[in-house]
Design a protein around this ligand. Structure first.
Ligand SMILES: Cc1cc2nc3c(=O)[nH]c(=O)nc-3n(C[C@H](O)[C@H](O)[C@H](O)COP(=O)(O)OP(=O)(O)OC[C@H]3O[C@@H](n4cnc5c(N)ncnc54)[C@H](O)[C@@H]3O)c2cc1C
Length: 442
């Protein structure tokens, strides 16, 4: 069966699938959103235990005007919990302590974080005439345009702490395409940044009950969502359209939007698109273990006035970084305590994520005591393990990313975090853009 009257199929109710569904519903386009779990949100998981609120996956959503308007559309504006002003300050471990990372070129040039070689490199960046060759890594790009020090103390901790990645592996054109565009169009990253400055201040936000409020509210507004439907495989119909085999039977769609992680999609296409399934399988998702620890405020010497502390690989610390969660958002733990969220593992130290609980906590707690001047025992501590956390935009991911685009002409669309951006903001923007494109095709 096929025909234009069929609803659009959306597989997966993480933020990507929910955004596409909401945008289609608003424009009156029929859709069916199928989710395997009993709850929406995918990687977004907020867990409350008494006065403690833990985010197991993402901790904050970065909003600009477009995302703010989107949240307004969902009647969520009044529920937003903005990050405290200290949340703008990022710290990086260097010479035995967390030091504030310069937030822009001026503080970089006039502050004491970086040495004169890096400052000189920043001043001369617009004179670097070379252009990014195909397949250039993030580390090579930054070393070529700036300095090795910037790679070690800004890029490395940023990429490890936020992308669970390794700048020696991630490709610049795939991870930060804007930087390559600035170099190509303006001959300089810094000039490109200045020219494209909108003056708009982006803001980190969450919700009083955590980020999972967002998918829960979105799902509650959707007419076409079904939970507990496990998608098992996807097959191409001989004429046109797609047949989706699920735990609740088979469904037919002319147009299908896939939002699941690459390792899940690989299974779905194993029979119907075996070559594509193989390249999907190659996308790497390093493991990441997330540990939440609370201490009595009086037992912590460090003021924790900031977003958190990132750990450059070169400093040899155990964790990739620690978010100072109770400093960033209100009401994350009892008022006389502090809550830290530590990230262990990622691409550069995957084995550590797999340490048994006892060994992992022994090393982590020793680090927390040392770097934050902790004197007492934790009042609360929980471990959560992501066996496969964040997809890496490295050379292994390229073939699947390239092949996915070619399937659009057959009515198969991908709106996922292994393509065109991993952040929640990316999910919202890509979801809206795809919904608009599909409306224009009908
Ligand atoms: C530890 C960690 C910290 C992060 N921190 C941040 C942060 O602070 N800010 C930020 O912007 N981003 C952050 N991210 C990234 C961000 O959370 C994800 O990239 C984003 O949530 C992905 O959303 P998605 O909807 O594209 O995919 P997913 O959330 O993976 O959604 C896919 C959906 O498909 C469903 N599904 C899977 N298999 C099946 C099946 N067989 N049948 C039916 N349905 C199925 C899943 O249940 C899921 O609901 C973080 C990620 C991790 C792991």
């Amino acid at each position: 069966m096929s025909g234009t009257s069929l609803p659009i199929g959306i597989l997966g109710a993480g933020l990507s699938g929910l955004t596409v569904a909401w945008s289609l519903q608003k424009s009156g386009t029929a859709y069916q959103l199928l989710e395997g779990n009993a709850e929406p949100g995918g990687y977004i998981r907020s867990v409350r235990e008494g006065e403690y609120l833990r985010e197991l996956g993402p901790n904050s959503l970065l909003i600009d005007q477009e995302v703010r308007a989107f949240l307004h559309e969902l009647d969520l504006s009044s529920q937003l919990l903005p990050a405290n002003p200290v949340g703008d300050d990022r710290y990086v471990f260097r010479n035995g302590a967390y030091r504030q990372l310069p937030s822009g070129p001026l503080s970089l040039l006039f502050g004491g974080f970086f040495g004169w070689k890096t400052k000189l490199a920043v001043l001369r960046e617009s004179r670097v005439a070379s252009r990014s060759p195909e397949g250039e890594t993030l580390a090579a790009f930054f070393a070529r345009r700036f300095s090795p020090e910037l790679v070690d103390y800004a890029l490395n901790p940023f990429v490890a702490g936020i992308y669970a990645g390794d700048p020696q592996q991630l490709l610049v054109a795939q991870t930060f395409p804007a930087l390559v565009a600035y170099e190509r169009e303006h001959g300089s990253v810094l000039k490109g940044l200045m020219k494209n400055r909108t003056g708009e201040r982006r803001q980190s936000v969450s919700f009083r009950d955590g980020l999972q409020t967002l998918p829960r509210v979105m799902a509650s507004k959707l007419d076409g969502i079904r939970f507990g439907i496990d998608v098992q495989s996807i097959h191409k119909n001989p004429d046109s359209g797609w047949r989706v085999v699920t735990s609740a039977g088979e469904l037919e769609f002319d147009k299908l939007i896939v939002t699941a992680p690459a390792f899940v999609c690989a299974g779905w296409f194993r029979e119907s698109l075996p070559a594509f399934s193989q390249v999907l399988e190659a996308i790497r998702y390093p493991p990441m273990t997330v540990v939440h620890t609370a201490f009595r405020r009086a037992d912590v010497r460090h003021p924790l006035q900031g977003f958190g502390g990132l750990n450059p690989k070169i400093e040899g610390l155990f964790a990739a970084g620690h978010l100072w969660s109770s400093s960033v958002f209100a009401a994350r733990c009892p008022p006389d305590e502090v809550l830290l969220t530590s990230f262990v593992g990622g691409s550069q130290s995957a084995n550590r994520a797999h340490l048994p609980d006892e060994a992992l906590l022994r090393q982590l707690n020793a680090e927390l005591q040392r770097v934050f001047g902790v004197t007492g025992e934790p009042t609360f501590q929980r471990i959560f393990r992501w066996e496969r956390a964040i997809p890496q935009y490295d050379a292994h991911a390229l073939p699947a990313q390239q092949q996915a685009a070619a399937l659009e002409k057959e009515g198969l669309f991908f709106c996922t975090n292994w393509l065109n951006g991993v952040s929640l903001t990316d999910a919202i923007k890509k979801g809206r853009t795809l919904a608009e494109k599909l409306q224009s095709l009908r």
